[in-house]
Design a protein around this ligand. Sequence first.
Ligand SMILES: [Zn+2]
Length: 273
Amino acid sequence: MPELPEVETVRRVLEPHLQNRIITEVQIHNPQVIAAPSPEEFAEDVRGQKIAAFARRGKFLRLQFESGDHLTLHLRMTGCLTLAPCGTPCGKHMHLAFSLNDGNELRYEDVRRLGKFWYTESGDADTSGTENLGIEPFDAALSVQYLREKCGQSRKPAKQMLLDQSIVAGIGNIYSDEILFAARIRPDKPCRELSEDEFERLANTIPERIKFFIEKNAITFEEYTAAEGREYRNTPFFQVYGKAGRPCPICGGTLKRIVLGGRSSVFCPHCQQ
Ligand SMILES: [Zn+2]
């Protein structure tokens, strides 16, 4: 599933091509991807809207309209957004397309059809789940005190705390492994046993790692389009994720894999105490 750095990449690549465009038509090929309101209302409400900004919150994307209304979307496992000239051939997994007044269309493709779109009128409550998200990794409020308050009494493993979207939004299985490795904390260490120094390292490495991977993900619009919106991951830069059994990049010991709450986690038993 795309995590914050990948979602941010999509946002950065597409925003300049969406800003100030007007959505002239909405084609719904698969109503299943529309979470709210009904597909008919969705199409009617979105048609004619002018895009003011393309924003991100956690792993969610948001088309902010000049009217004050907005459209929230979540790519889930296999959702892809692409931009192509209207009427050019599209794949069989295209579920939704927004025609723009510049002759292009914003397409949503999704093999597994798990992604969702929510349209929210200005002043109404957004039901996408974004209202329950915790702070962003770059929020100045991310501090030792904040993390302690949220999980300092919890038996939950540190890994699960990082995956909890209501604490810090946007981190998933990949970047939680990378953050814990950089912070030298075992993924299964209960939050209430984390020292002041460990909380400090977490508060520092969360924004540092996320920023690092956003920068490594940088891709041009042409590269993004050539890969049909699918390839924008920084695989060569992972230190531990997906590398169980391979040598630790710091000490050379063997990286181990454990399963916590149904999610696998890779770490170095020597460097992460
Ligand atoms: Zn190591």
